[in-house]
Design a protein around this ligand. Structure first.
Ligand SMILES: *Cc1c(COP(=O)(O)O)cnc(C)c1O
Length: 396
């Protein structure tokens, strides 16, 4: 059967593919150290699970309003208020994960040929979702020297009359970089000067280390808020990736369009998961604090271990749960007669010979780096670092 051009042009998520390969090896009994996961390794906090059980037992199992139950949309407003942004429930659309929220936003905002600026390293789905909406991804490369951050000057230079949108992701997957208020202000100035829309993916907003706090670009003032679609969800903050609840906060006309689109595609997100998300947002935030502290210790450990390895350098990420070491000094060297030419070669050698799964930087549009997730146990981190050390020491 002949597929539509749209389908032929989709690339499957490389991060999910590597994670699947690592899990398949594990299933065969091979002891894989998996640094490729894009999700917390913790269980969902108990009181959240209890809320879901209660919803199920109360037969909360029918269609809900398309944009989510009113209590949940109100809870999202209250939650975002703490971030310094005020929204009405009518400006909130709850979807099947933040990924779905991003997809809906692109679908209702982009026309054929609209340019969307993303900075590399980028989260893989932005690129494909832009294309699926008929947009044209315009990639601005950044590197470790500028902590992988997009400067206002680089943004300004990339803007053309066809530019419609810029996607921002702070804290960032895959780099863990965090934009400061000043950096966001400078970007906002350019965004406003050119009437752009900013899609602000804030899914890691609660995972900041060293006492840092999150700034949303929407919180910088009413003008920039009116040009922002803010995306967040419960997946990363509450270890709820499988529940599939994310949301968008957007100007009312955009929220309405996203709701209408959703009404013709997926309808409401899962009713039971909505009750669980409501509990997550309104209940104790102690589990979040505990997970954040654990992530911070792991970040410190993995960073220290990586920095001991000759040829590897690594910036200190301020948020999320990834490190993005520079591996350019390994290129051109040989591992058991095989020359390493790029991040894919390094990732393949690590997986095949050391059972260590990492994601090559090229998957995020960036060489010469690799992404390692520290959403795994401290024991696994230590074992993985040992294996990496062995790998590096064997290079000729
Ligand atoms: C995990 C992730 C998402 C999607 O989260 P879901 O709510 O599970 O769909 C969106 N953006 C980034 C950068 C992510 O890492």
């Amino acid at each position: 059967m002949e597929l539509a051009r749209r389908a032929v042009e989709i690339s499957p998520s490389p991060t999910l593919a590597i994670d699947a390969q690592a899990k398949a090896m594990k299933a065969k009994g091979i002891e894989v150290i998996n640094f490729s996961a894009g999700e917390p390794d913790f269980g969902t906090p108990e009181f959240i699970k209890q809320a879901a059980i209660a919803a199920l037992e109360a037969d909360f199992t029918r269609y809900t309003p398309v944009a989510g139950i009113p209590e949940l949309r109100q809870a999202v407003c209250n939650y975002l208020q703490q971030r310094g942004v005020s929204y009405e429930p009518s400006e909130i659309v709850v979807s099947n994960g933040a990924k779905h929220s991003l997809y809906n936003a692109m679908q209702v905002l982009l026309n054929e040929g609209d340019e969307v600026i993303i900075s590399a390293p980028y989260w893989v789905s932005y690129y494909e979702q832009i294309k699926l909406a008929g947009g044209v991804p315009v990639v601005i490369n950044t590197d470790a020297n500028t902590d992988f951050k997009l400067s206002a000057a680089a943004l300004k230079e990339a803007v053309t009359p066809r530019t419609k949108m810029i996607v921002l992701n702070s804290p960032c997957n895959p780099t863990g970089s965090v934009y400061s208020r000043g950096e966001l202000e400078a970007l906002a100035e350019v965004i406003l000067a050119h009437d752009l829309v900013v899609l602000s993916d804030e899914i890691y907003a609660e995972l900041l280390y060293d006492g840092g706090s999150h700034t949303s670009i929407a919180a910088l003032g009413p003008e920039i808020k009116a040009r922002t679609v803010l995306i967040d969800g419960v997946s990363k903050t509450y270890a709820m990736t499988g529940w599939r609840i994310g949301y968008a906060a957007a100007p009312a006309n955009v929220a309405k369009a996203m709701t209408d689109l959703q009404s013709q595609s997926t309808s409401n997100p899962n009713s039971i998961a909505q009750k669980a998300a409501l509990a997550a947002l309104t209940g104790s935030q102690e589990p979040v604090k505990a997970m954040r502290q654990e992530f911070e210790q792991r970040r410190n450990r993995i960073l220290a271990g990586l920095r001991e390895l000759p040829g590897i350098t690594c910036n200190k990420p301020g948020g999320a749960f990834y490190v993005f070491p520079y591996i350019g000094a390994l290129f051109g060297r040989k591992f058991r007669d095989q020359q390493l030419n790029n991040s894919t070669d390094v990732a393949a050698a690590l997986l095949n010979h050391f059972q260590v799964a990492v994601v090559p930087g090229v998957a995020f549009g960036a060489e010469p780096y690799m992404r390692m997730s520290y959403a795994t146990s401290m024991d696994a981190i230590n074992t993985g670092l040992e294996r990496l050390k062995q790998f590096v020491s064997e290079l000729k």
